[in-house]
Design a protein around this ligand. Structure first.
Ligand code: SF4
Length: 495
């Protein structure tokens, strides 16, 4: 059977020859996409369908997976119809010279001079908010395939989400999108496409290229084979180095696999501490700095965490695409060091703007005392957003941000570092390393999942039972985020 390189396989091949080879030769090794990946796909489809509304005369080429040649033929019929009957075509399909692609939109160019009767503008629709290099390569591949099939293209554009759009009472599809001409950028890389496709055909028909791991494993996308390719690395390997950047892959190229093998003179101050803790298999502490920092805390201490969603489609007026919207918080309050905390929770349950009720509930925070958050830039950002939205509360909210203290600081400063953190200072890494708690038992165990699950059950079609179950899971998740901070603070107070 002839090899068909689709545009997604072409992009896979640009990222890594081994990934491309596996796609064609050991497809069963590629795991099914996870929930996060599916969410991205679904958002892409939703936005693709929305873009079609901008071309009300458009016709979609029906997909026949069993017979791509038939789909290709349907496209040819639409492309070659009389000039007066030409309409925008969705999912035009081209199968030629080992290439296969479907084009989001082909728009007929009016033939004003009568000399160029069958030209088209190509529009690629993306759910992203800007043009990326990967989009240029994507469209270059499409251009190469379409021109081989004799289709004459005038302009090439990317239609992406316009983050400057603020939704009014009605959703305005036209304002939601931004059409950006990328013709010149695509033409700049066109000459590489045929050469690259030929190389890819050789890779596909050759032996496993055994490509070394590197930056390519996470750029431009996280590779689905990462858990397999990276499983050969030992525990505490150089990719776990705190803020290693690309240097970890340089170490691997040199044969330096374990953090313990990297000479001290090549490590940063924090990385040296990490290495020392790994070799000693014990936490590193700087008691003096820790005690100074703990001494600055003012009681009552409020442990605060927000959950937010950032839907592509603004769900109510006054909101931009992908704008951060807080829908939940958890607050644990300790009146004095070591106290059992009191807990306050807020979770908006209805599909309406939750922000006014959330700000009102935040008044559970008293007028004095430190407000602890983990990586507090996020919580401060939410409070600043609310101050902008509710001018009458702005002064009070500004006062809250001034009282905020970042519980991540002792870890980011390496005044406390446990080898089980694996070079990460995230709450999810620190909690199980220094307490008996972890997120492993929870149905919802990270912020992205919380955001997706919330939007699905509150703004989607979930039945009441499912909705209640997920809202309970969200309450449990957010509560643990702030209880984790209580327990981590306790652990630091015992050093
Ligand atoms: S994990 Fe890295 S080396 Fe392995 S296939 Fe993916 S990109 Fe290639």
């Amino acid at each position: 059977m002839a090899i068909r390189i689709s545009k997604s396989k072409y992009l896979n091949g640009l990222q890594c020859p081994k990934l491309l080879w596996t796609q064609f030769n050991q497809r069963d090794l590629i795991p099914e996409p996870g929930a996060g990946q599916m969410h991205i796909f679904n958002t892409g489809h939703e936005i693709g369908d929305l873009a079609k509304l901008l071309y009300p005369d458009g016709i979609e080429v029906p997909m026949n997976y069993e017979d791509l040649a038939a789909t290709d033929h349907e496209t040819a019929v639409l492309l070659n119809c009389p000039s007066a009957d030409r309409v925008p075509i969705f999912e035009a399909s081209v199968l030629i010279d080992n290439r296969y692609c479907r084009v989001d939109v082909l728009v007929p160019v009016p033939d004003e001079t009568g000399e160029e009767p069958n030209r088209w503008d190509l529009v690629e629709v993306k759910s992203s908010t800007r043009v990326r290099d990967v989009n240029i390569n994507d469209v270059a591949f499409q251009y190469d395939a379409l021109t081989r099939a004799g289709i004459v293209l005038r302009t090439l554009s990317l239609m992406h989400v316009n983050t400057g759009y603020v939704r009014g009472e009605e959703f305005d599809v036209k304002q939601f999108f931004h059409l950006e001409d990328i013709t010149d950028r695509v033409h700049n890389v066109l000459e590489y496409v045929p050469r690259t496709v030929n190389k890819m055909l050789n890779v596909i028909t050759g032996p496993d290229p055994d490509t070394p791991i590197g930056k390519r494993c996470t750029s431009p996308y996280t590779c689905p084979l990462i858990s397999q390719c990276w499983s050969v690395l030992p525990d505490n390997n150089v990719t776990d180095l705190y803020f290693s950047g690309g240097r970890a892959f340089g170490y691997l190229d040199e044969g330096l696999f374990s953090i313990a093998d990297v000479p001290d003179e090549r490590l940063t101050h924090q990385q040296k501490i990490q290495k020392k803790a790994i070799i000693a298999n014990a936490p590193h502490t700087n008691a003096k700095q820790l005690h100074n920092w703990l001494g600055e805390l003012a009681y009552p201490v409020y442990h605060l965490d927000f959950e937010t969603m950032n839907p592509a489609l603004p769900p109510f007026p006054g909101v931009r695409p992908y704008q951060r919207i807080p829908f939940q918080f958890s607050l644990h309050i300790q009146d004095s060091p070591g106290d059992e905390p009191r807990h306050v929770a807020f979770l908006a349950r209805e599909a309406s703007d939750p922000r006014a009720a959330l700000v009102e509930a935040l008044h559970a925070i008293g007028d004095e005392g430190s407000i602890l958050a983990w990586a507090m830039g996020f919580e401060k950002g939410v409070l600043n957003d609310m101050a902008e939205l509710f001018p009458a509360e702005a002064e009070w909210l500004a006062g809250l941000t001034e009282r905020m203290v970042d519980l991540m600081v002792p870890f980011r400063s390496f005044w406390y570092h446990h080898p089980d953190q694996k070079g990460s200072c995230s709450l999810k890494a620190v909690l199980p390393a220094i307490t008996n708690l972890s997120y492993s038992e929870l149905e919802i165990a990270d912020g992205n999942h919380a955001s997706r699950a919330y939007a699905e059950v509150v703004y989607g079609q979930a039945d009441e039972k499912t909705k209640q179950a997920v809202l309970d899971q969200l309450l449990a998740y957010c509560e643990l985020d702030t209880f984790a901070m209580v327990e981590i603070l306790r652990a630091l107070q015992t050093v």
